[in-house]
Design a protein around this ligand. Structure first.
Ligand code: HEC
Length: 109
């Protein structure tokens, strides 16, 4: 009997871990990126939108991850209409960056 309860608890916690992971990208985006990239990645006067963004849609996860990690400033800047560049997000783990890339890919379609 005890064994069955144990298995139930494991299954339940896996289910919760799964849903937490699915929302991780959106949650991270809200806390770290929304101020510039806007609610739901729709863009602001500070930074480009990810909704309908062809570069995000067509680029590899590695290329997008590199921009998040290293930022894009100075001569590397692509857009002329934003005063500031993209600040490097060095404190994010690879798992966090992957979750963000996945979230941005879902917005770009
Ligand atoms: C201080 C404002 C700011 C914050 C905060 C910010 N960004 Fe950016 N981001 C920018 C700007 C400005 C650009 C455009 C840079 C350029 O001209 O190439 C940009 C560009 C990007 C690009 C490239 C888009 C493209 O079309 O080429 C990605 C990807 C990106 N940001 C992801 C993120 C993620 C993920 C976060 C949160 C972890 C984030 N940004 C937080 C300002 C910001």
């Amino acid at each position: 009997m005890r064994k069955f309860i144990g298995i139930g608890v494991v299954a339940l916690s896996l289910a919760f871990a799964g849903s937490a992971m699915a929302s991780n990208g959106a949650g991270l985006f809200k806390s770290k990126c929304l101020a510039c990239h806007g609610p739901d990645g729709k863009g602001t006067a500070m930074a480009p939108a990810f909704t309908g963004n062809a570069w995000v849609k067509d680029s590899s996860a590695a290329d997008i991850a590199a921009v998040i990690k290293n930022g894009r400033n100075g001569s590397a800047k692509k857009y002329k209409n934003f005063a500031l560049g993209m600040p490097p997000q060095g404190s994010l783990s690879d798992a966090d960056i992957n979750a963000l890339v996945e979230y941005m890919k879902s917005l770009s379609n």
